[in-house]
Design a protein around this ligand. Structure first.
Ligand code: SF4
Length: 517
């Protein structure tokens, strides 16, 4: 039975809300075959926004009719047929561009409406989908990229992520949320899923109940970045793994039914949590779930920010997983085919994606590691990258994104490569570049965050520039980075960063990070 859209009578709801009441975002999936047949000009402008629910954004400039597509990759786990299918889409339709996002998803560019039905068919054939990858809906679920392999994970979350993802995928009871809604589910003890910056996160925990110690989750809600960032609050409950879906449904129902729909910039779950506080939220949650045990204990390990470079033991004896750097998350489709081939030859064909925009090849027999690493592709996609390049993250930026103010990906890569030539430090510096305050590149949690903007130079011309932020982390409860004074013209950015890093290096104690500094 359909739920009651009680906000329909509220005259103050914003115009996006009014449009969503007239037509659910997921219904765009029914229209796409028609538009594909009749071409881009047949799509009414007022329908453009709805394409987000199909995982499609118009790239800049919108009038040219090229789409960006985001494909969900729950927990970052891809099988060989899935990797090959994605590589084929990038090669055949996306001019070879294959981007890994900061939420483990894959993005294509340059797609045309006529190509979308075939792309959907290819994705569906291997169990992938772009539906719900964008829009006011549950997005892809971030998880432990080494789930099932991780010797330290409290338990394997693969099946739980799948169950929750499958429930919300194309579910019209939850496709009209007040805003985007991001979930993470992970039992990685080093917080590889960046729990605190998601709307809702299930994080590893243990609890002794009736003398028996169980592994399960703690629940965090109300995290999110953009221009008003919040770290998620912990709710005083313990969630047994078999109740994850039930709790996820309850949290999402609360957001759907109580989240704000009047001002769009206040519609994320984080604003509801900021107003209610964790206790009121818990009370409401228990109305839906019935009693839940109170919190237990959680691991206190250092945050790994989704980095897994090098060769690691799996929980399965004799098998290794290898963590590789993908500079600023961008691969060429031919590289992706090659990675699938190598993973198929030496492993089981799987590839895993990380929040750090990097990748993992799992299930490699220890004796094959050396031979595998001799493949020429691993000169660029390295297990041991230079420090700045290996810790550089970037959003899409002005190349494709309509909201961007500046270039990001290529600039971030060039700056990182240059810094690697000029300076070395005893700690890695995670540098994140974003092209606007929306912060898809998660600049708030970086050691150095670079946020693009425009400014006037001395000749009064508008130029690309950046604000610099330092000291972000999700260690020790988390802290967003803080802005340094002023703005830096794009062309001076490398020199200014070098100066900043030299000052940091000369003043810091051994092992000290920007957060401790
Ligand atoms: Fe676009 Fe801004 Fe997101 Fe970068 S942060 S991809 S510029 S919306």
């Amino acid at each position: 039975m359909a739920y009651v859209k009680h906000w329909a009578d509220n005259e103050k709801i914003n115009k996006t809300e009014k449009a969503k009441l007239e037509k659910d975002g997921l219904r765009i999936l029914d229209d796409i075959p028609h538009y594909a047949k009749n071409g881009f000009d047949s799509i009414p402008k007022e329908q453009w926004d709805l394409f987000k629910w199909a995982g499609l954004y118009l790239q800049r400039p919108k009038e040219d009719g090229y789409f960006m597509m985001r494909v969900n990759v729950p927990s970052g786990i891809l099988t060989k047929p899935q990797v090959e299918t994605l590589a084929g889409i990038a090669r055949d339709y996306g001019r070879g561009v294959f981007d890994i996002t900061t939420r483990q998803a894959i993005q294509f560019h340059w797609l045309e409406i006529e190509q979308i039905p075939d792309i959907f068919n290819r994705l569906e054939a291997v169990g992938l989908s772009s539906a719900g990858a964008c829009g006011d809906i549950t997005r892809t679920i971030v998880g432990n990229p080494i789930a099932g392999l991780d010797p330290d994970e409290l338990f394997d979350t693969t099946a739980i992520v799948k169950e929750v993802y499958d429930f919300f995928q194309k579910n019209e009871d939850f496709s009209n949320l007040p805003r985007k809604y991001k979930m993470s589910i992970s039992a990685n003890t080093k917080n590889a899923s960046n729990a605190e910056i998601n709307c809702v996160s299930f994080t590893p925990a243990t609890k002794t109940i009736d003398g028996v110690t169980k592994s399960g989750f703690h629940l965090k809600v109300g995290g999110g970045l953009s221009s008003r960032p919040f770290l998620a609050e912990t709710i005083d409950v313990f969630v047994e793994p078999e109740r994850t879906l039930e709790v996820a449904i309850a949290v999402t129902t609360i957001f759907r039914d109580f989240g704000y729909r009047e001002k769009r910039h206040l519609a994320r779950l984080k604003f509801l949590i900021a107003d209610w506080g964790p206790e009121k939220f818990k009370e409401k949650l228990l109305e839906y779930t019935g009693p839940l045990p109170s919190k237990g204990d959680e691991p206190k390990e250092e945050w790994n920010a989704g980095y897994f470079y090098g060769i690691h033991d799996q929980k399965q004896e004799g098998l290794k997983f290898l963590g590789f750097n993908v500079p600023v998350g961008r691969l060429d489709s031919e590289e992706v085919f090659e990675l699938a081939r190598i993973s198929g030859k030496y492993g089981n064909g799987e590839i895993r994606t990380c929040n750090s925009q990097n990748l993992i090849i799992p299930n490699i027999l220890a004796e094959n590691v050396e031979t595998l690493l001799k493949a020429p592709i691993f000169e660029r996609i390295s297990i041991n990258p230079n420090s700045f390049l290996g810790h550089a993250v970037s959003c899409t930026g002005i190349e494709y994104c309509n909201l961007a103010l500046v270039e990001t990906k290529e600039r971030m890569r060039l700056i990182a490569e240059e810094l690697d030539q000029r300076i070395s430090l005893d700690v890695p510096i995670r540098t994140h570049m974003v092209g606007c305050p929306n912060s898809c590149g998660q600049r708030q949690i970086a050691d150095i965050g670079l946020q693009g903007m425009k400014m006037r130079n001395e000749q009064k011309e508008m130029i690309e520039a950046y604000e610099i932020y330092v000291g972000g982390t999700l260690n020790k409860g988390g802290k967003f980075n803080e802005k340094l004074k002023g703005k830096v013209a794009a062309e001076e950015l490398t020199d200014v960063l070098e100066e900043l890093l030299i000052y940091f290096r000369d003043q810091k104690t051994k092992g000290e990070s920007f957060f401790d500094f």
